[in-house]
Ligand binder design. Structure first.
Ligand SMILES: Cc1cc2nc3c(=O)[nH]c(=O)nc-3n(C[C@H](O)[C@H](O)[C@H](O)COP(=O)(O)O)c2cc1C
Length: 172
């Protein structure tokens, strides 16, 4: 696991190659095995592969901020705000689990933040995505995880980045 965590980097440039059905299935299985507060399984996912929809999704962020990379597959991570008060945590954990499963399958991934961000269409990123994909009001849109075969990979992390000062033992 530590090796996988060292290797995983955000990928923002993907090959123009579809992710195989078997790998897609594993990503979605992994997402649904993520832990949730009180086991509420508050998340739901929208899988996008249609090129036209992916292109429209690209407008979900204001161009001044880093936005969704051009990707062959996007998994939109939603969470039911009416089901639990841990909907942000639930969706965030599922997002990361998708990223880790992607890495283990030899795929790259990147998190595009949707919650609390603005689109380039005079509405929030969340409202833009909700409108585009027909998502109901009670489902919050936390993130979009772009997944694909990496065209460019960043150097792996190193254990030298691990800072002793972040760890407090017994007392802060
Ligand atoms: C909560 C969260 C929001 C993020 N939002 C974006 C984003 O909107 N666009 C983007 O390109 N990367 C985004 N990232 C990726 C981070 O920029 C990236 O994880 C960080 O710079 C560390 O780099 P690494 O993933 O290569 O280790 C986000 C990551 C997290 C955890």
């Amino acid at each position: 696991m530590l090796d996988l965590l060292l290797r995983r980097r955000s990928c923002r440039k993907f090959e123009d190659k579809a992710v195989e059905a078997e790998k897609k299935e594993k990503l979605l299985q992994a997402a649904q095995l993520a832990p949730t507060g009180k086991g509420t399984r508050s998340w739901e996912f929208v899988v996008i592969e249609n090129k036209d929809t992916l292109q429209k999704l690209g407008n979900c962020r204001n161009p001044k901020q880093p936005f969704l990379p051009v990707t062959p597959l996007a998994i939109v991570v939603l969470s039911n705000t009416q089901k639990t008060d841990t909907w942000i945590e639930d969706a965030a954990i599922a997002s990361v689990i998708i990223q880790l499963e992607a890495e283990s399958l030899g795929l790259g991934s990147c998190w595009a933040q949707i919650r609390l961000r603005e689109s380039n269409q005079e509405m929030s990123s969340e409202d833009y995505v909700r409108k585009l994909l027909g998502i109901p009001e009670h489902m919050a849109v936390l993130s979009i995880i772009a997944v694909g075969y990496p065209e460019k990979t960043l150097p792996a992390h190193s254990l030298e980045e691990v800072e002793q000062e972040k760890i407090h033992r017994e007392f802060y």
